[in-house]
Design a protein. Structure first.
Length: 203
């Protein structure tokens, strides 16, 4: 009896990409992506997605194509932009700046940061808090959220240490980094008692 094939081989990287970021370390899916790149690109074109492959940094992802305003209601969107509140947005900026510094120094093959370092960097923007434990818990939750998005990769053998994924470079270029920094600075000077509900950014 012949073996029944569950799916085409190129379906494996497609599923990974629909779920999130595909990294070079995911050997099987990455190699299949490169092998069937043309066919996979055609598939995503059919459903309105653009495929991006960063060979040098070893990751790939898909983004929704921009739909003209007059056609916006005619076509459904498969992927929605991420809505990030103040703290996760601030964390993205801190991590993106660290990546930029690492690239400029040219001394690190990958950029690793500890949870303690993240807390220190974020505290510079947040200032004094009467409830330090609550503030640390919020930062911890924001870190977990960015790890779910693939912006941070938790190191298995080193407790509370993360590699900053270079996919942040794709989501936040230099111009956008400056824009978000400016907005966050204006927001920091104002009242952000309800920071979880205010000033959301899209990524």
């Amino acid at each position: 009896m012949s073996e029944v094939k569950y799916m085409e081989d190129y379906g494996i990287p497609i599923i990974h990409l629909l779920k999130g970021v595909l990294y070079k370390q995911q050997d099987q899916a990455w190699n299949l992506l490169l092998q069937y790149q043309h066919r996979i690109t055609e598939y995503f074109n059919v459903i309105g997605l653009n495929l991006f492959i960063e060979h040098a940094d070893g990751y790939a992802f898909v983004r929704q194509k921009e739909i003209p305003m007059e056609l916006d209601e005619q076509y459904p969107k498969l992927m929605q932009k991420r809505q990030l509140s103040y703290l996760p947005t601030l964390l993205c900026v801190v991590l993106r700046k660290r990546l930029l510094e690492s690239d400029q120094s040219g001394t690190e093959a990958r950029t690793v940061i500890s949870l303690e370092e993240i807390k220190e960097l974020v505290s510079v923007f947040q200032g004094f808090s009467a409830n330090e434990k609550k503030q640390e818990d919020k930062i911890g939750s924001a870190v977990k959220r960015l790890a779910e998005y693939g912006f941070l990769i938790e190191l298995k053998n080193e407790k509370e240490k993360y590699e900053i994924s270079r996919i942040l470079n794709a989501y936040i270029d230099i111009q956008k980094l400056k824009e978000i920094q400016s907005r966050l600075e204006n927001y920091r000077k104002g009242d952000h008692e309800n920071e979880d509900n205010n000033d959301r950014s899209e990524l």
